[in-house]
Design a protein around this ligand. Structure first.
Ligand code: SF4
Ligand code: SF4
Length: 278
């Protein structure tokens, strides 16, 4: 199948970026999280992105309000991506192929020793699809938007020509992402190194539970939480659930109304110079 056909359809439906990875480029993912664990005859992964609104990011960055960022860059954008990926998957199935979208923001599992992990990493899929490179923060940086986009992936058995792996350099290793993190979740020295085709990519080790404390839980006042709950030495799910119970009562009820994936932080993304083009 020609990649132009699916790309043209996705762009017309609202995608800002689209890239295609062969399924084998993600064969090093943990067991259970490879494209062929999801569909045994998967041939490729189509990755779609929609950009964040710079205005919503700037408002959060200067401290005026976090709500437009929470809504337009996450909650509403996840809905848009869900609809977009469903349409692209239907486009493929109408042509006789199997296609399944992997949701943009869930489910995420807590799985020892792997930690918090999704069905399929959209970030790794995006890099494998040639859309950009990993920044030190672990966010994917694209030449068009830096870290300011959200991804969704479709696993399919359609034989579509993959895009070349991105060979540019975007991350300047300025470590701004490390500096601005209120909970020191991003290591400045420890790194993860992966190879896709001929290119090696490196990014920082992220303490996902520290990030979760701040970004998902809103448990840090410096990042829009209403009350700081001190971080324990080791954060496990038990201490995390307990901390959620200790939140300010207004925030507790309000967060529930917004949904559990409302982000409170995003500083590593907002302050990354690769996205500051406005
Ligand atoms: S803030 Fe600097 S080091 Fe971090 S991802 Fe962006 S460019 Fe790279
Ligand atoms: S979202 Fe916030 S808490 Fe999480 S890594 Fe980025 S800066 Fe740190």
């Amino acid at each position: 199948m020609r990649s132009e056909a699916v790309k043209e359809f996705a762009f017309n439906e609202g995608a800002d970026l689209i890239g295609i990875a062969s399924a084998d480029r993600l064969d090093n993912a943990p067991l259970g999280h490879k494209p062929r664990d999801i569909l045994p005859k998967a041939r490729c992964v189509i990755v779609l992105a929609m950009r964040y609104l710079n205005g919503s990011i700037e408002a959060a960055k200067i401290g005026s309000t976090i709500y437009p960022y929470q809504a337009s860059c996450h909650i509403w954008l996840n809905h848009q991506l869900t609809i977009l990926s469903y349409k692209v998957a239907r486009f493929l199935e109408r042509r006789g192929f199997l296609a399944t979208p992997i949701p943009a923001n869930w489910p995420r599992y807590w799985d020892e020793p792997k930690g918090i992990i999704a069905d399929l990493s959209h970030k790794h899929a995006a890099v494998a699809a040639g859309l950009g490179e990993f920044g030190w923060s672990g966010l994917v940086l694209t030449p068009q938007f830096g870290p300011r986009q959200r991804f969704i992936s479709i696993v399919t058995n359609a034989p579509i020509e993959p895009d070349p792996v991105y060979n540019g350099k975007i991350c300047k290793r300025c470590f701004k992402c490390v500096e601005v993190c209120p909970v020191k979740a991003i290591s400045k020295t420890e790194r993860i190194s992966i190879k896709i085709e001929q290119r090696r990519f490196e990014y920082a080790v992220l303490d996902k539970m520290r990030c979760k404390w701040c970004n998902d839980g809103g448990l840090i006042k410096a990042a829009w939480g209403m009350k700081t709950i001190p971080l324990p030495k080791k954060i496990d799910f038990e201490s995390y659930w307990k901390a959620l119970e200790q939140r300010d009562p207004y925030q507790k009820n309000h967060s529930t109304a917004w949904g559990s994936t409302t982000p409170f932080c995003g500083r590593c993304l907002m302050h990354c110079p690769a996205g500051e083009k406005v």
